[in-house]
Design a protein around this ligand. Structure first.
Ligand code: CA2
Length: 140
């Protein structure tokens, strides 16, 4: 099983600000945890981050027919990106939306998700465990 894990803007800064919301782990820490979890299921992961919407769209398009599942934390693009929504819609593999925090308990502008309509599962508010839950869900 090949899993693509995509991370959106500013997540490369994790662990440096707002630990009360996002925790103390860096994205590199989360990548290692994901690799360890994936190994339990014999899965391989390709873990990426970009601050650029078009790059995320390119990566989603490249995933067409080459991966068995996508886990995506689109960060702020979750709430704005029709382009990422449309790209994800092209895929036939399962899509899992993840968030470290629970956007629904935060500012109103975070309540709308353009990923939600195309996702089979959503894990949010669990910190890094949202990613682990997503890997488990895809492995199951
Ligand atoms: O909770 C999540 O995972 C979010 O996707 C994180 C996004 C936010 O826009 C979404 O509403 C919810 C923000 C990522 C910002 O990353 C930071 C990294 C370091 C320090 C502070 C924020």
């Amino acid at each position: 099983m090949r899993l693509l894990i995509l991370n959106g803007p500013n997540l490369n800064m994790l662990g440096q600000r707002e630990p009360e919301i996002y925790g103390h782990d860096t994205l590199a820490d989360i990548k290692i945890l994901c690799e360890q979890e994936a190994e339990k299921y014999g899965a391989t992961i390709d873990f990426r981050q970009s601050n650029h919407e078009g790059v995320l769209v390119d990566w989603i398009q490249e995933a067409l027919g080459t991966v068995d599942g996508i886990i995506i934390n689109a960060a702020a693009y979750t709430h704005t990106s029709v382009a990422i929504h449309d790209a994800l819609k092209l895929l036939s593999c399962p899509i899992v939306e993840v968030h470290l925090s629970d956007p629904h308990t935060r500012e109103e502008f975070r309540h709308k998700s353009f990923i939600e309509p195309v996702a089979q599962h959503i894990f949010k508010g669990l910190g890094k465990d949202s990613y682990i839950a997503a890997i488990k869900a895809l492995a199951a």
